[in-house]
Design a protein around this ligand. Structure first.
Ligand code: ARG
Length: 569
């Protein structure tokens, strides 16, 4: 909140008798820069004060005109348009960024609080599809955003490494598998076996029995079953690690569902004893009649445990280990019921922290208009998409760059940094609850709202600073920065800390992604309209400070999304 905005809110508050907190969020920009720097619509006040908005706007214009930071205020119908002291505004924004540097907008909101984020959490023995990117990218970004706000963040990969699908896999491997093929093609071969099994079991239901029997043997500790299971897990984890490295994703702990094997029986016993769970048709369930939800099965009639049983254990484990303030589950919206039941069940067990469990749902990812289904094998593998993106980026760089500008090695690196980040940005640039449709022409559009566009803008500023070649002067004549594009750029830069907080509150990295798209557009408008290098020295210095500030914010924003910010491209 800059001083001018604060003054507008406080003085309007004094006049209207409403708290300034109700006024801040209403302050916007006028539709046309010629009208002023800020606008205050009066509709909301009209309702409260039972007077016409135009009448209130007129009065407010008189009240606001001529303040410490305000130069002029005029009413226009139901709006007040306000022009502020631009030199003061510039000084406020730029000196904040220049002194904060890399730490601009860093907060201590989270001091002393721990957030556990469960994200990515893929199922073993299936290659990562592009759909799995959603949880991985969202979780990774939320982790960075919360860290920036001062929280201790624990990133958990709750691998799907236990469950009846391992019965499926063992049964399929015993029927059709070969050690050699698995060693050669690891996770892709396991996936083929899995898909074939599902197809054939539609014709021959006995196969499903076979799979269940294998999982039962696994849960009972059968050495043959355990040996195969362990091998499948190792092959898969190795493959996942490749994607995580490319994406720059790290976890505090990789702790799969199998880690809770021994905790499940005592927990089920406890739930039964407390009367929270009961038997129903041979299975054990937690009923939610009062809550109007379907019962949660925690042990099947075969005596095997399920996904939900392990999630009960993992929540307890994480609370005991970290004493979290919140635990976020970044998991698709299809699992909403599961997470509702989970929190309710833990509440029934008497854990007050159960209210801190938050499901952060997201919509479906379509690929060039197609829906994917892992069970049927209609998937687009993330690894292929990343490779293709890197290749396409490389060919774009080759056409737009003269060979002298970047060495061969630099081009490789840029292609990787930009190609991978383009995919991440495509995922994060829409509100998470929207379904997204992945399209190559949008993902790699260097001019539109895309990852490469934001990165390119950052690299453009880096280039200007390289050419300038001196350090940023500490004494600046802020009043020289009065071009409308300079003012709108400064106003945009000032929004960054608020956007980051907003993203954290809503669990929406998209707020930062969308903001960066707008910031990049604002930077380019400024740069196309205002010459920087070669201007008269004091103007050049002031503009360089603006360039430097914009670069800091772009870079930090990219980092918060889990994207790279190359200095050249
Ligand atoms: N492995 C699950 C899946 O792919 C997601 C797990 C999410 N985390 C959790 N604690 N349930 O659907």
């Amino acid at each position: 909140m800059n001083l001018a905005v604060r003054e507008i809110a406080e003085r309007a508050s004094g006049h209207l008798g409403l708290p300034p907190q109700e006024i801040y969020p209403l302050i916007t920009s006028p539709p046309d820069e010629g009208l002023g720097d800020y606008a205050l619509p009066c509709f909301a006040f009209a309702q409260k004060l039972r007077r016409s908005p135009a009448e209130i706007a007129k009065e407010l214009a008189d009240v606001l005109r001529g303040g410490q930071h305000i130069v002029n205020a005029e009413s226009a119908g139901p709006y007040v348009n306000i022009t502020v002291d631009r030199a003061k505004l510039m000084q406020y924004v730029l000196s904040g960024i220049l002194s904060g540097g890399e730490n601009y907008g860093r907060e201590s909101d989270g001091a002393g609080k721990t957030i556990v984020i469960d994200y990515s959490s893929p199922n073993i023995a299936r290659p990562f599809s592009i759909a799995h990117l959603r949880s991985t990218a969202l979780g990774n970004s939320l982790k960075r955003i919360y860290e920036h706000l001062g929280y201790r963040v624990v990133g958990v990969n709750h691998l799907g490494d236990w469950g009846v699908q391992f019965g499926t896999l063992i049964a399929a491997y015993n029927r059709w598998g070969s050690q050699e093929r698995v060693e050669q093609d690891s996770i892709y071969e396991l996936f083929r076996l899995y898909v074939r099994f599902n197809e054939e079991s539609e014709r021959d239901p006995m196969l499903k029995e076979e799979a269940r029997a294998w999982f039962k043997r696994l849960e009972d500790g059968d050495p043959e079953a355990l040996k195969l299971w362990k091998w499948f897990v190792d092959e898969s984890v190795q493959a996942f690690q490749r994607y995580y490295e490319l994406l720059g994703v790290e976890f505090t702990e990789i702790r799969g569902e199998s880690a809770y094997r021994d905790q499940m029986a005592p927990l089920i016993e406890d739930l039964l004893q407390k009367g929270i769970a009961k038997e129903s048709q041979g299975a054990i369930v937690i009923p939610f009649e009062e809550e109007g939800l379907t019962p949660l099965i925690i042990r099947t009639k075969d005596g095997t445990t399920v996904y939900a049983t392990r999630d009960l254990c993992s929540a307890i484990h994480h609370y005991e280990k970290y004493g979290f303030h919140k635990k976020l589950y970044v998991v698709d919206a299809g699992q909403s019921l599961h997470f509702k039941q989970l929190a309710l069940a833990l509440g029934k067990l008497g854990y007050p922290w159960a209210t801190g469990l938050v499901h952060v749902p997201f919509g479906v990812m379509l690929f060039e208009d197609q829906r994917m289904s892992t069970r049927r094998g209609h998937v687009v593998f993330l690894e292929e998409v990343l490779k293709r993106s890197i290749e396409l980026t490389r060919s774009i760089i080759d056409t737009i760059k003269k060979s002298s500008e970047l060495t061969e090695k630099e081009k490789e690196q840029v292609a990787q940094d930009v190609g991978v980040s383009a995919i991440v940005y495509a995922d994060l640039s829409r509100s998470r609850t929207h379904d997204i449709n992945f399209r190559w022409d949008e993902v790699l559009n260097f001019n539109g709202q895309s990852g490469p566009y934001v990165q390119y803008t950052h690299a453009r500023l880096a280039g200007v600073l390289r050419k300038y070649g001196k350090s940023i002067p500490s004494e600046l004549t802020y009043s020289l920065l009065s071009h409308p594009q300079e003012i709108s750029l400064a106003k945009c830069l000032e929004e960054f800390p608020m956007k980051v907080k907003h993203a954290a509150e809503e669990y929406e990295p998209f707020v930062v992604a969308g903001y960066l798209g707008n910031l990049a557009a604002s930077v380019n408008q400024f740069y196309d309209n205002c010459r920087v290098l070669g201007e008269e020295p004091s103007l050049e210095e002031a503009r360089i400070a603006l360039v430097y500030s914009a670069k800091i914010v772009l870079k930090k924003g990219l980092e918060l999304l889990g994207m790279k910010a190359p200095e050249r491209m």
